[in-house]
Design a protein around this ligand. Structure first.
Ligand code: SF4
Ligand code: FES
Length: 536
């Protein structure tokens, strides 16, 4: 492990590591634009140049490997003069439209200008203006803000592999563009917005909606598939405005899919259920949550009275947190000790979508085909609770003797899109005739036919743990409150278990045994200001 000295500070680096990355790992910031740890190194922006003792000229810290005993200066007169020159050059044609730029507050050009730039411009000529371009379904390009770091171009070649972006022209006419007739439309396209250190590439969905310094961020997990991408939910006054990637070396690195980014829209979907209902004289009528719960328990008890033990089932949704699945299992078995636990439908889109580096062919990212976040976790909980357990297909086919006895049940949905099979023959027969309590978030066919309907909470409104396809248990926490008229599933189960505490995933995990007790909420899983200077 070579030791180097940077501005008088001793830093322990990894073998063959670049000076800049060694500094970042040690918590020391050096200015940089074109460097990104997930992309190839081009050393083109030149703002990271440092003085190394024994080398006569400045060297790019992003591209110079450490050597034992190396002495580096980033604040020497020579290095500072370079930083000022680079900043002055980058700002020559920059429109300086920070007041109307979405990136303001999280812009490296703005921040470095303040820290490393000159306070006055010496440029008196007309600025070279470049047009705005609509380059894809989700992304706008404001070309005159671009500093030609080429991070976006490298991303489309090295990570998404679609190579839609290129550098066109030379000199001051150089600009980022797409190839004619080939828009930026791969499923990872919005990562270029995160990579762009200035406000040149912007997310159309977030455009002009919020100033970033108003946002708070809460660490969470993607609800869209079994990949378990680590994300930040960024919100203000109870509304989520955008989703950003959260670095996790083992899961998603720096990237997330566009579908993950847009998943927050389900939280305010117009189909959101808001108010308990119960069936009365053949039609659903509004009721209080307390009455709905009492009706639910009475109906389920009645079914056990008539059919004996083994008459009840609970359909556990793969959208549920493991802690909720555990509490629902306990609750249904408190009414019927032989109740069956059934895993709800696990939708899939065929095969995994694999992204590869267009030059090396190396796999860089995978979007999982399984379109729910926690089928593995719910299966784990069902196994833990034991007794009769089944997959959804078995509930539909009713070939097993234990499943033939079922009369009434508790069905949990919570899916982000319509999850019900269109054809009645692909739905369990017990739904058509038996008493059913439905707990869901978006209205659908089944919620309209429930004997008791209990509106639930979305993942952004509660705590819990999900297990991804690789068996990794990851915790998420509450970002926003659930809407009026809804109740978090965990609170409902605790009430029915006659437990007075409020649902808190952490305390439920402790009673679920070692595997779950060890799940830790990531250190950064707290609500904090969204904009962060020079985050890598
Ligand atoms: S658009 Fe942004 S990421 Fe792409 S080259 Fe310009 S500044 Fe860099
Ligand atoms: S970050 Fe080193 S040259 Fe751009």
């Amino acid at each position: 492990m070579p030791k180097i000295t940077v501005d008088g500070q001793t830093i322990e680096a990894k073998d063959r590591q670049m000076i800049l990355q060694a500094c970042v790992d040690a918590g020391k910031t050096l200015p940089h634009y074109c460097y990104h740890p997930g992309l190839s190194i081009v050393a083109s922006c030149r703002i990271c140049l440092v003085e190394v003792e024994g080398i006569p000229k400045l060297v790019p810290s992003c591209q110079t490997p450490v050597r034992e005993g190396m002495v580096v200066h980033s604040t020497s007169p020579k290095a500072v003069a370079n930083q000022k020159q680079v900043m002055e050059y980058l700002l020559v044609n920059h429109p300086l439209d920070c007041p109307v730029c979405d990136q303001a507050g999280e812009c490296s050009l703005q921040d470095y200008s303040y820290q490393y730039g000159r306070s006055q411009s010496r440029f008196e000529e007309d600025k070279h203006k470049k047009p705005k371009k609509d380059i894809g379904e989700h992304v706008m390009l404001y070309n005159d803000r671009c500093i030609m770091c080429t991070r976006c171009v490298r991303f489309t070649r090295e990570i998404s592999g679609a190579s839609e972006l290129m550098v066109e022209g030379r000199g001051h006419k150089e600009e980022i563009d797409i190839f004619p007739g080939k828009p930026l439309d791969n499923k990872l396209s919005l990562n270029v917005v995160d990579l762009c250190p200035v406000g040149a590439l912007l997310d159309k969905d977030f455009l002009f909606k919020q100033r970033v310094w108003m946002l708070k961020r809460t660490a969470s997990i993607s609800p869209i598939d079994a990949g378990g991408e680590n994300i930040y939910l960024e919100h203000n006054e109870g509304l989520i405005y955008r989703i950003k990637p959260r670095f996790n070396a083992d899961v998603n690195q720096w990237w997330i899919s566009d579908d993950t980014r847009h998943s927050y829209k389900a939280v305010t979907d117009e189909r959101r259920l808001r108010g308990a209902m119960k069936l009365q004289y053949g039609a659903q009528a509004e009721t209080t949550f307390a009455t709905a719960l009492q009706t639910a328990v009475d109906g389920l008890k009645q079914a056990v009275k008539e059919g004996g033990v083994g008459s009840l089932y609970a359909m556990l949704s793969p959208m549920m947190a493991c802690e909720e699945a555990y509490l629902l299992g306990k609750m249904i078995r408190s009414l019927d000790p032989q109740a069956a636990l059934v895993l709800g439908p696990v939708p899939s889109s065929g095969a995994d979508e694999v992204f590869k580096n267009s030059m090396s062919g190396k796999q860089t990212f995978v979007i999982k085909a399984e379109k729910v976040p926690n089928a593995a976790g719910v299966r784990r909980v069902m196994q833990m609770l034991g007794g009769t357990t089944a997959e959804f297909a078995e509930l539909v086919s009713v070939e097993r003797a234990e499943l033939k006895k079922l009369k009434a049940g508790w069905i949990v949905g919570g899916y982000l899109s319509n999850w019900l099979a269109k054809d009645a023959k692909d739905r369990p027969a017990v739904w058509a005739k038996g008493f059913k309590v439905v707990q869901d978030t978006l209205s659908n066919d089944l919620t309209g036919k429930a004997d008791v309907l209990l509106p639930g909470a979305m993942w952004a409104e509660k705590d819990g743990t999900w297990e991804n396809h690789a068996g990794k248990l990851q915790a998420f926490t509450t970002a926003v409150l659930c809407p009026e008229g809804t109740k978090r599933e965990g609170d409902v189960y605790l009430t029915l278990l006659n437990r007075r505490e409020k649902y808190e995933a952490r305390s439920i995990r402790k009673e679920m045994g070692e595997t779950f007790a060890d799940v830790r909420i990531p250190e950064e899983n707290r609500t904090e200001p969204a904009f962060e200077f020079a985050e890598l």
